[in-house]
Design a binder for this molecule. Structure first.
Ligand code: FES
Ligand SMILES: [Fe+2]
Length: 339
């Protein structure tokens, strides 16, 4: 398996109209389009004739027409030239799927399992997309440890002066890494505290599992009483997908869900909170992005770094990114001296 063999989120359903859209993945430009009947086509961006960008073309019925000489291509990549009807041309095509408000794509030859969304009983609050000028591994590093949360974040995280009290635990399988953290939360403004129902005796509990086909983490954020297990009124589940745009740029796609136990209409009041929650999640992700863009090096190796107890996960993730996501042999992954 190489990176194109996994299902990646490409563009939101809302953003794919009949106008073709170019998305870059792993350094390759890919064009997505929706035909008049609503089918989705995913092709290599470069026209096989004279290399025009197909995303500059237009949808004509069930085909995408290249802007340069008017050749047309179906969703399966089959092409026709108006000037040379007997010429056989074919654009490389991808497999597409529309799920969870997004268009997903992968190579035609692979058969990976589609990412499982365990969101029964949760309300989808927003989907956000953000590019980061940093390599995939370094972005995943940031999203998989909580030591940065006191200094980087506004809402989700721990109190800097009590970080030594925060516990971190790891559970792994061959192709997943789970991280379980809890400890004293950072101070949060009283309006948000009231809306979420956070009490004085609550700790912050942050647990996530990272999967590697494609690379994504599923976060459960909640505040709770550690003795009784009683939880705050609102909790979050966020699916964050990490896609490489190129060797030096990544794309985050975050699907945010929430659950509320307030006795209010529209799922415990969540129906009224979309805008606020969207802004909060966007701001929190923006804080990570700003921090990542301050990195002095894009070297993705972990040798030579002085790592803390929160950073053990970096090596666990690296090995699985190499082996499961990039399809390197077990031997090669181990050669990187990452366990
Ligand atoms: S370059 Fe596309 S039709 Fe000629
Ligand atoms: Fe963060």
């Amino acid at each position: 398996m190489g990176i194109f063999d996994h299902w990646h989120p490409m563009v939101s359903t809302r953003n794919l109209t009949h106008k073709p859209k170019c998305v870059r993945l792993g350094g390759t430009d890919i064009v997505l389009f929706r035909t008049k009947s609503g089918k989705i086509g995913v092709l290599d961006e470069m026209c096989p004739h004279r290399r025009m960008r197909l995303s500059l073309g237009e949808v004509v019925g069930e085909k995408l027409m290249c802007k340069y000489h008017g050749w047309t291509f179906g969703c399966d990549g089959h092409g026709e030239s108006p000037g040379s009807p007997k010429l056989h041309a074919c654009a490389s095509s991808w497999e597409a799927k529309e799920e969870h408000g997004y268009i997903w794509a992968k190579s035609k030859t692979s058969t990976p399992v589609f990412p499982k969304f365990d969101v029964e009983g949760w309300r989808r609050m927003c989907i956000l997309e953000q590019n980061v000028k940093a390599p995939l591994e370094l972005v995943v590093d940031n999203f998989c440890e909580i030591e940065h949360t006191p200094t980087t974040h506004d809402l989700f995280g721990y109190d800097l002066n009590r970080m030594h009290e925060v516990t971190v635990r790891f559970e792994t399988t061959d192709d997943t890494v789970k991280v379980i953290n809890h400890g004293p939360p950072k101070s949060i403004n009283s309006v948000i505290r009231g809306m979420v129902g956070i009490k004085k005796d609550h700790i912050f509990n942050d647990t996530w599992t990272t999967y590697f086909s494609p690379v994504y983490s599923v976060y459960d954020h909640k505040w709770m009483n550690p003795e009784t297990g009683e939880e705050a009124r609102v909790k979050w589940r966020v699916y964050v997908f990490f896609s490489p745009v190129s060797d030096h740029e990544s794309r985050l796609t975050a699907f945010t869900y929430a659950k509320s136990s307030w006795r209010l209409p529209l799922d415990g009041g969540l129906g009224f909170a979309h805008r606020l929650m969207r802004r909060k999640v966007r701001d929190e992700i923006g804080l990570d992005v700003a921090m990542l863009e301050g990195l002095a090096s894009h070297n993705t190796g972990i040798e030579g770094m002085k790592l803390s107890r929160f950073d053990k996960v970096l090596a666990m993730n690296r090995e699985r990114i190499e082996r499961v996501y990039r399809g390197k042999s077990e031997q090669e992954s181990r050669r990187l001296k990452i366990v």
